[in-house]
Ligand binder design. Sequence first.
Ligand SMILES: [Fe+2]
Length: 207
Amino acid sequence: MDEKYILSITEQKAGRNGIFEALPFPFSTGEAAFPDRESAELHHGGHYAGAAAALNERLSCYPAYACCSLRALVMGADRMPAAIRRDVKNLAGSMICHGIWFAATAPGASPLRNPELMGELLRGYGSMEKFRLIFTRCAEELVGSGWVWLLRDRFGRLSIQPTHNNELPNLAVYTPILNLDCFEHAYYMRWKNRRDRYTAAWFRWME
Ligand SMILES: [Fe+2]
């Protein structure tokens, strides 16, 4: 999965019917599959598709926003009617965050298997193990719910950054490469309260 595809997720628009939809996720099966089938179905069908349904419901009385991209909805939410601005920012943000996470986590799509990116990570962090340690520490230190991101700035420099809840990194400055969902709904079914074990399993799948 390349970085242009990630950008296209932030620019996702409603279909011709005016409805935003969760992007499909090619569920994998078998012991090694990540996430396991039950977690994946609940996460994709419940939380990600749920955010899309709730966003459509909030926007149903405001057809003027039907042509906006998810990114435009998040960026423009503060200028929307007070009745919907908080929900639109959260739900459109959730759709972008989840769209990127599912796209990067889909079977065979991991950006961490891209030789070019691996080379950049080795140069930037010294080793993949060091990169994994710093990323994992960022996930463990994130208080409450949120996301950990691998980002590229306009000069091509890589960085690891957390965001809280469904907030996005500054997309005017950074291009997301991948992210890790650190909401309990992403890991509680299988890993209970062990975000560290969930992060380790995600890395084994991604690498
Ligand atoms: Fe999630």
